[in-house]
Design a binder for this molecule. Structure first.
Ligand SMILES: Nc1ncnc2c1ncn2[C@@H]1O[C@H](COP(=O)(O)OP(=O)(O)O)[C@@H](O)[C@H]1O
Ligand SMILES: [Mg+2]
Length: 386
């Protein structure tokens, strides 16, 4: 008897010490069940968690701690079965205290076996984690709120950017219309009407793009002669840059034909050029290069014949920290009205849909090169297309 109260050491541990250990734990309900699920032992933690004194709990079936719904659904029996069959069962859910109040419990039931391997009982540990669950719930709600706020911010940026873009087009249309109504010169009139038509078409293209973006419609593609397309596009590309910036184009002859939607490619080029413009403060050179490339898996695992279209600027470069987000729709570092964050997501979506990829090379303060890889359409397809 005397040794029971001597300081603990590995040599003098008795069964009584283990019981003292179990009783000393008040944060966890630790109790034992007979193989059928009736309570045979009860610790102070169990009394505290569940509200039953040991004398009340011992002899009761485990199911009294469960909610009415769980009892009807057969949950206590299911957990006991599982512990007996697999040696262990875990659960998280509502449990009921003696006074009828509920707490959120984390439950583990382990089978206890004798030397022959027969189950002689079950050990059950229950922890009340209601506080933790509530904290998590608050965190989830906060996160949802933040997400909603971000969405609204994105929407604000989008509408701001759209309004800005449409305003630009409307300014062109209105001022051209005003001038047209005052001129007698037929040549000037024709050129002004031409401006109006171009701006109108750009606007129509913008709404089409927005609709496609909203509905994720795949676009019709055809086999496109890139030399022709780039030649035609060079005019509107250079118009996108202010006079203080120079556009240098280096387009190899006989580029592979590529299967794609030409208006999407034009849009992608425009997006890249506009980003280059925004990255350079006022002046500098933007280079557009196009060449045939054979890839052997070195670029995102792509293999075969590709056309590489690279747009290089001498701008501010891209902070490596924001790299992973560049292709996200609505991601922008520009002020409201200056950027929609839809440019690179369009470029990326377009490149992926065409079976290619976009690569970014950038050095802070020196500039950025965006590389668009597009797979060559097959010769057969080329014949069929023409
Ligand atoms: N050539 C570039 N140089 C520096 N930063 C760039 C360049 N292109 C894209 N970025 C960065 O990527 C962001 C997203 O680009 P984008 O999707 O075109 O949206 P937006 O141009 O409307 O901001 C830009 O806000 C900018 O921070
Ligand atoms: Mg952009």
């Amino acid at each position: 008897m005397h040794s029971q109260f001597a300081p603990l050491s590995p040599g003098n541990l008795t069964e009584r010490h283990y019981e003292m250990l179990v009783q000393a734990v008040v944060d966890y309900a630790i109790f034992m069940l007979d193989p059928a699920g009736f309570v045979v032992s009860w610790n102070a933690g169990a009394a505290r968690t569940k509200g039953y004194a040991a004398a009340e709990a011992i002899g009761q079936h485990l199911s009294i701690f469960y909610t009415e719904e769980d009892r009807c659904a057969g949950k206590p029996g299911y957990l006991l079965d599982r512990a007996r069959r697999e040696g262990r069962a875990q659960d998280e859910g509502w449990r009921v205290r003696k006074d009828g109040t509920r707490f959120w419990a984390l439950v583990v039931i382990d089978a206890i076996r004798n030397e022959q391997g027969d189950i002689i009982g079950l050990a059950k540990i229950t922890r009340d984690i209601t506080d933790r669950r509530e904290a998590e719930g608050r965190y989830d709600a906060l996160r949802a709120q933040l997400f909603q706020a971000q969405k609204l911010e994105a929407l604000g940026q989008l509408t701001g950017g759209m309004a800005h873009d449409f305003n630009n087009l409307l300014t062109i249309i209105l001022s051209a219309a005003k001038l047209a109504s005052r001129t007698d010169d037929p040549e000037r009139l024709a050129s002004l009407l031409d401006n109006i038509q171009t701006a109108g078409e750009r606007g129509a293209q913008m709404t089409r793009n927005l609709l496609t973006f909203a509905r994720c419609e795949p676009k019709p593609s055809r086999l496109v002669d890139l030399n022709q397309l780039l030649d035609a596009a060079s005019t509107f590309i250079s118009q996108a840059l202010p006079k203080t910036m120079t556009l240098e184009m280096q387009v190899d002859e006989a580029l592979h034909a590529v299967q794609l939607d030409p208006s999407e490619l034009e849009m992608a080029l425009l997006n890249l050029i506009l980003n280059a413009r925004d990255a350079m403060s006022g002046s500098g050179v933007v280079r557009l290069e196009a060449s045939n490339q054979r890839l052997a898996g070195d670029v995102e695992g792509l293999q075969g014949e590709f056309v590489l279209i690279a747009v290089a600027d001498q701008g501010c470069g891209i902070d490596p920290a924001i790299r992973p987000r560049l292709f996200e729709p609505f991601f922008t570092t520009k002020d409201i009205g200056k950027g929609t964050g839809l440019g690179l997501s369009q470029v990326y979506g377009f490149a992926r849909q065409a079976g290619g990829s976009v690569q970014i090379e950038s050095t802070a303060g020196q500039g950025t090169t965006m590389q668009l890889y597009l797979p060559a359409g097959s010769a057969q397809a080329a014949d069929a297309g023409e």
